[in-house]
Design a protein. Structure first.
Length: 323
């Protein structure tokens, strides 16, 4: 068979050069191939950055309604080991949680490095609600407080989708009273004066003085507004950061409402009850069971996951169920 016939036979059988290489005439040396690989790698990284930051077209096109995920900031360098010079206090970082695994994978290593860089002794507790009731952030924080152990003497009530970007934010022991890290002047979404959600630090003594948080808030919202009134009722003064000049860019909010719909449903008398102060409930009557307690590491950052089964009196708060 002559050369021309052999070439024709190869084409019929699908042989010959790969399609990409057919775009280039003649033989390719190693250097052009290396250069081509670099260009393709750079293009892939650029596309990933644009697609997750919302600055470029979303995968599949806007017409399909595919939401873009926010990009978490890069984690600080590997933290140093705890030393005696870090001080006597130890923080329990309490993170109410349900099914936000992609946010958790970003949160745990980022916060471990952030706090270690600031030489804050800490332990991260993921408070994972595994029952079939509606999400109850306040009860989970009560459980986290009770289960955090005697080796921690202050807590941070910390949302999993809120990352501090400014290294000057203070996470140290709040001896003078509750310290609202995510203040209304800095939080990217909530700016009213009585807001104490997002990230709030308290000594364990002050949290007990407030009897913790109310267990009556099932679904999204209002539990931190009620807790503000508890703080004032206990004679405590909320303090907030000063000298922070980064404004609404002080934090990154990872929550994407297109993926995570908030449970804002109001059932039975819930709409009226949510504006009342719960003068009886809190730490003293939270009902729960720990299904499991697991110590694990996320990208080298240690944390403890508590799988928590909350209990609900449906006569007292019928809005705890989805029915």
């Amino acid at each position: 068979m002559g050369p021309a016939r052999r070439r024709d036979a190869l084409r019929l059988r699908g042989g010959g050069s790969p399609p990409l290489l057919r775009l280039f005439p003649g033989r390719l040396s190693a250097f052009p191939l290396f250069l081509l690989a670099l260009l393709l790698g750079f293009a892939s990284l650029l596309w990933l950055q644009l697609s997750c930051s919302g600055e470029g077209p979303s995968p599949g096109g806007q017409h399909r309604g595919v939401p873009r995920q926010p990009c978490p900031p890069p984690a600080p360098p590997q933290p140093p080991e705890e030393e005696a010079a870090w001080g006597p206090h130890r923080l329990a970082l309490l993170v109410p949680f349900r099914e936000r695994f992609e946010e958790l994978l970003a949160f745990v290593p980022y916060m471990h490095r952030f706090l270690s860089k600031k030489r804050i002794r800490h332990h991260i507790f993921i408070l994972n609600q595994v029952d079939h009731f509606r999400f109850n952030r306040a009860s989970l924080i009560n459980v986290g407080f009770l289960e955090s152990g005697n080796d921690t003497d202050y807590i941070a009530m910390h949302d999993v989708d809120l990352l501090p970007l400014n290294e000057h934010l203070d996470y140290s022991f709040p001896e003078a009273g509750p310290f609202h890290v995510a203040s209304p002047e800095l939080h990217p979404l909530y700016h009213y004066k009585t807001y104490v959600g997002g990230i709030l630090l308290l000594t364990k003594q002050h949290y007990e003085l407030c009897n913790g948080m109310s267990n009556r808030f099932w679904g999204w919202g209002r539990e931190d507004d009620e807790f503000y009134r508890r703080i004032k009722g206990a004679g405590l003064q909320v303090r907030r950061p000063s000298g922070i000049t980064t404004g609404y860019e002080t934090f990154q909010h990872l929550h994407d409402p297109a993926w995570r719909k908030r449970d804002q449903k109001r059932i039975a008398a819930q709409k009226q009850e949510q504006f009342k102060v719960d003068r009886e409930g809190g730490l003293n009557n939270v009902r729960y069971r720990i299904e499991s307690r697991t110590d694990l590491s996320v990208a080298g950052a240690p944390c403890t996951v508590l799988n928590i089964l909350l209990d609900c009196d449906t006569d007292e708060t019928p809005w705890c169920t989805f029915g």
